[in-house]
Design a protein around this ligand. Structure first.
Ligand SMILES: *[C@@H]1O[C@H](CO)[C@@H](O)[C@H](O)[C@H]1NC(C)=O
Ligand SMILES: *[C@@H]1O[C@H](CO)[C@@H](O)[C@H](O)[C@H]1NC(C)=O
Length: 443
């Protein structure tokens, strides 16, 4: 029924206003004819009511500080998801998944890497078993266009916080940093909206926040009636309850997209003699039905290594090994666990990779062709690497790397023995080499 899915074309009108042109006369709202002021976002309720989809629900959008990488962003998703759960106790909200792109680590040249929907990396039905989610394009279609009614930029408190007096609080405050949004000639806010240049904000203000994600809930429920609210710099929110059941439910719902898992599985079987049946790594497509007793999964007959380089090395961190040091550890682990294959995931520059290959000629890497890279993108390649690392008999990662942390969680979900998971390289001169913490899943 085409009449019930309004298409809106926007053209500049008199007095500099934007006039929406509905191509479908049947959906022409009464208010318009009566001269009501156009308010972006208002179409959604009427149109969707007819389509029976949105029922006047409200939309939560968010973004993260641009320099933050893929694996930290996955952690921020967990925090925002717990805010959504809190909101859902009072009202109907849906989380709009922030399109991926423009990430610092995604440096493959000549590949279009903005406006990437979540479905390219994650399984949407799995996410939706945890909280209601939609892609950004769906938000635009159902809310009536590329408008976000209220943008809150989250920031800390200008005065910092006094030691010993931690309290959770949130207040509207003047913006501390210069706003990255500017007003266009129609008084709309323009800025970075995941590469959607036509998207505009109607109102932007700053909130100083100190506390966990759900502290924003009262503000969203009581202080604003905007139907679409974006929280920018959402990494300023802390976890409601790190490591709790709600945390793990969300984490478990972040199932990798099937097409990426298939690529990883093919690679395992082809180069690492690793299959789910032989490795006893049973996977259930429905994460809510997956609960594996730790240690019952065996993992494939290989050692997996995540060797984070680049800025971890340039910063001369003492908890990061030299290549020689890393290879020494790798050889010793292979010997201890009687493994003759080793899979390496690394962001090392080409020169370092060549050096590593000389020191460890038997190592196996997932090296995408240009076509594969274009298809899966840097994010997909990272996921394939993580999927292969997650299935190894033994894993060793890099100290305080979010890439390694996400592998820990994946192995925990798969039910591998914690002794084979929570390992990291030590710096060549590191005195106390504390190993990663074991976070148990709360089911
Ligand atoms: C929200 O509204 C309450 C009550 O009017 C007010 O006290 C509070 O400062 C407001 N909070 C924010 C963040 O605007
Ligand atoms: C592959 O693994 C199986 C056990 O799952 C083993 O019997 C077989 O010898 C292995 N093949 C190679 C080539 O290592």
């Amino acid at each position: 029924m085409a009449a019930q899915s309004p298409r809106i074309r926007v053209r500049p009108g008199p007095r500099g206003l934007l006039l929406p042109l509905l191509l479908s006369a049947a959906a022409w709202p009464l208010g318009w004819a009566q001269g009501d002021e156009f308010r972006p976002g208002q179409w959604g309720a009427a149109a969707e009511g007819a389509a029976g989809a949105a029922r006047g629900r409200r939309y939560l959008l968010y973004d993260v500080n641009p320099p933050e990488g893929f694996n930290l962003r996955r952690d921020v998703y967990i925090r925002v998801a717990s805010l959504v759960k809190t909101l859902l106790r009072s009202e109907e909200w849906v989380l709009v998944l922030p399109p991926w792109g423009r990430l610092y680590h995604w440096q493959s040249p000549d590949i279009h890497q903005v406006r990437i929907p979540w479905a390219e990396f994650f399984d949407l039905p799995s996410l939706a078993r945890n909280i209601p989610v939609i892609e950004y394009e769906q938000f635009m279609a159902e809310s009536g266009g590329p408008f976000i009614e209220q943008v809150y930029v989250l920031q800390s408190y200008a005065e910092g916080w006094k030691e010993g007096t931690w309290e959770e609080k949130i207040d509207q405050r003047p913006c501390i940093d210069q706003l990255l949004y500017s007003r266009d000639k129609h008084e709309y806010y323009r800025g970075w909206f995941w590469g959607y240049e036509e998207t505009r904000g109607l109102s932007v203000s700053c909130l100083s926040v100190q506390g966990s994600a759900s502290i924003v809930a009262p503000v969203l429920l009581k202080n604003t009636s905007a139907r679409s609210v974006m929280l920018d710099r959402a990494e300023n929110l802390l976890h409601d309850h790190y490591g709790g059941k709600e945390y793990w439910d969300t984490r478990r719902s972040m199932v990798f997209a099937k097409h990426l898992r298939v690529v990883g599985d093919d690679f395992r079987s082809k180069y690492l003699n690793s299959t789910d049946a032989a490795d006893k790594t049973i996977y259930h497509e429905d994460w809510t039905k997956m609960k594996v007793k730790l240690g019952t999964s065996l993992g494939g007959p290989y050692l997996a290594v995540h060797l984070r380089r680049k800025d971890f090395v340039w910063g001369h961190r003492e908890d990061v090994p030299s290549l020689q040091g890393a290879v020494k550890t790798i050889r010793s682990l292979m010997e201890t666990h009687k493994l003759d294959r080793v899979f390496v995931a690394t962001d090392a520059v080409r020169k370092e990779c060549e050096e590593l290959k000389k020191l460890l000629p038997e190592m196996v890497r997932f090296e995408p062709t240009w076509e594969e890279l274009e298809l899966y993108k840097d994010g997909g390649i990272a996921i394939i690497d993580q999927w292969i690392c997650a299935h190894a008999r033994v894993f060793i990662g890099t100290s305080v790397s979010t890439f390694s942390f996400r592998i820990h969680e994946e192995r925990e979900i798969l039910g591998l023995d914690p002794k084979t998971t929570y390992n990291r390289f030590c710096g060549d001169q590191e005195q106390q080499c504390e190993q990663p913490t074991h976070w148990k899943i709360a089911y």
